[in-house]
Design a protein around this ligand. Structure first.
Ligand code: FMN
Length: 161
């Protein structure tokens, strides 16, 4: 069993999730940062897991581009898709808005890995935006983004059989 994980991460949370996932997977695993590698070759792998994080409702362009470019090849592989976000209730909508429908139908497992606000890695205007979101969440009694490590475990179990 050999697996390739393709991810994109703005502030580091999804990158850490990807490493946690790789640590739990059986067999050989390769991790690729889609923002640092334009040409991604998945031909040597029988399992592909890919995903990114959400900013203002959108996944990273590098992940959308990867999914569209490799669609026909991905449809022949065992496929897992994940997303990191703050509003876990919306995770499917974010994926539907950013990825080809056929891939979502074909995937063996789609998971939300939850999220974290890593302010230390944000730019000034992003920190301001997050403060506004946090205030609004507080007023509505909504919780801040929370990691969902149990879903990383589920993904690892599905791709270790
Ligand atoms: C500027 C900004 C905008 C965001 N927009 C959304 C959003 O529209 N919906 C959502 O569910 N989460 C949103 N989030 C939460 C992120 O998806 C979450 O913090 C995630 O863990 C980021 O992962 P990363 O560090 O791998 O990029 C936003 C976070 C930031 C900093």
């Amino acid at each position: 069993m050999n697996t390739i994980i393709i991810y994109a991460s703005r502030y580091g949370y999804t990158k850490d999730c990807t490493q946690l996932l790789a640590d739990q997977l059986k067999g050989e695993t390769t991790i690729i940062d889609a923002d640092n590698q334009k040409e991604i070759d998945i031909s040597d792998y029988n399992q592909v897991i890919f995903g990114g994080s959400v900013k203002i409702g959108q996944l990273q362009r590098s992940i959308t581009t990867f999914a569209i470019t490799h669609k026909s090849e991905l449809l022949k592989k065992k496929l897992g898709i994940f997303v990191s976000c703050g509003e876990k209730a919306n995770y499917m909508k974010y994926l539907q808005d950013s990825l080809p429908k056929e891939l979502l139908t074909h995937a063996s497992l789609i998971e939300c890995f939850g999220g974290e606000f890593r302010k230390e890695n944000m730019k000034f205007f992003e920190k301001r935006m997050i403060s506004v979101i946090e205030k609004s969440n507080e007023q509505k009694g909504e919780r801040p983004p929370m990691p969902m490590f149990e879903n990383i475990k589920k993904m690892a179990a599905e791709f270790s059989v």
